[in-house]
Ligand binder design. Structure first.
Ligand code: SF4
Ligand code: SF4
Length: 385
């Protein structure tokens, strides 16, 4: 026995971290200021200093099963106070994106989502698919939908055809999310066995849902207080758009089956339309505030391509959705149908690759928050770190 401890450092993991947001990781000298100032860390085994150390060593297996990465809400109080400019907030974000890549299925999509060329391919798939379907369906009548009045998007692609494209995309995403999440939760269970201090599963789910809806953790941020409002606007905006998109689909099929309901497209003052427009406005404002804050803080906090693709995709989904309405009402057929085509491409990217892009955090974070309560991490947890 020599008493030596062997560490299996994964240098490619460290390199990946440094490329995707953790560029200053190696300047950390373990002073622990970040851990002291973090408003969200539990007292027992606090973060993010220990994550900085594990990240420097490239301890991939330990880090991808690290629940604490998801208890961090990226407020950047730690980055603000770090005496070495190591940007621990960005490192935590990079670790989350590495976790998504590690568990995502199929991993090739997640790897593609982190590079410009890969993203070009990911966009090309819906661009070609939707363009081919539009061409095949409309070439026979010489693309008559372009001159038909009033402008109706269903003349280009009927609701049933849109569903035939997007329902499989949604099922593909749901299956992949299930595969990735099962492995992720398995990893959490192995690294953080449940303790007696944990909550029951239903109580943990209720508590985590309440935390997410109220944004209680975001509200504890000191440096970046407005992040709470911006993120809330974006989250509720997208929830509203999800509800209204499905409501329109339900109204359409009810009409098809002979029910006496409002025909689509809905008039401007229909409740579903009002909710859709309010939600779009909320999501747009949320994205605007987030980007403004990020640009303002660009000297201290850096966004990776993975982050920008997520923000850019959401921005374009909202913008093209709003412009579709503007061009339709102002009777600009060519612009309206082209914008609708781009809108469909953007929505396809968001839905089909949801579990492999940064959008995946809507699956991974709630899972980790639930498990944190279930395992007792929000109170105390003893384990071998
Ligand atoms: S990240 Fe900065 S504040 Fe945290 S331990 Fe390293 S040097 Fe200290
Ligand atoms: S970004 Fe905020 S929540 Fe995350 S580790 Fe730093 S101080 Fe804590």
């Amino acid at each position: 026995m020599t008493g030596r401890v062997t560490v299996n450092a994964d240098l490619s993991f460290v390199e990946g971290l440094m490329q995707h947001g953790g560029a200053d990781l190696k300047t950390c000298y373990q002073c622990s200021t970040c851990t002291v100032v973090c408003p969200l860390t539990p007292d027992e085994l606090p973060f993010p200093r220990k994550e900085m150390l594990s990240a420097q060593w490239g301890l991939r297996d330990k880090l991808v099963k690290n629940m604490d990465l998801w208890l961090c809400h990226n407020c950047n109080d730690c980055t603000e106070q770090c005496p070495r400019g190591a940007k621990p907030g960005d490192v935590m974000a990079a670790l989350r994106s590495q976790t998504i890549e590690h568990f995502s299925y199929p991993a090739v999509i997640s790897r593609a989502a982190k590079t410009l060329n890969g993203n070009a391919v990911l966009f090309l798939i819906p661009m070609v698919l939707i363009a081919v379907v539009i061409t095949l369906l409309n070439i026979g009548d010489g693309f008559a939908f372009l001159s038909a009045k009033p402008i109706v998007y269903a003349n280009m692609l009927s609701v049933s055809i849109v569903d035939m494209l997007f329902v499989p995309a949604g099922l593909f995403a749901a299956f992949n999310a299930y595969k990735g999440l099962s492995n992720f939760i398995g990893g959490l269970k192995a690294q953080y066995p449940p303790t007696d201090g944990g909550e029951s599963l239903p109580a943990a789910v209720r508590g985590a849902v309440k935390d997410v809806l109220s944004h209680i953790e975001f509200k504890k941020c000191g440096t970046n207080k407005s992040r709470n409002v911006a993120h809330m606007l974006m989250m509720y905006g997208f929830i509203g758009l999800f509800i209204t998109t499905n409501a329109v689909m339900i109204l359409h099929y009810l009409k098809e089956f002979g029910f006496d309901v409002q025909e689509t497209p809905l008039p401007f003052f229909h409740p579903v339309k009002i909710l859709a427009n309010v939600s779009a406005l909320a999501a747009f404002s949320g994205i605007y505030f987030i980007v403004r804050e990020r640009v303002k803080n660009s000297a201290t906090s850096v966004l990776s391509l993975f982050d920008w693709m997520f923000i850019g995709n959401m921005f374009l989904v909202i913008m093209t959705g709003i412009l579709c309405q503007v061009f339709r009402v102002s009777d600009q057929a060519n612009l309206a149908f082209f914008t609708y085509y781009i809108h469909l491409v953007m929505v396809f990217y968001m839905v089909a690759y949801a579990s492999q892009t940064k959008f995946g955090h809507i699956f991974y974070r709630p899972a980790a928050l639930i498990y944190a309560r279930y395992s007792g991490r929000n109170k105390e947890i003893i384990r071998d770190l």
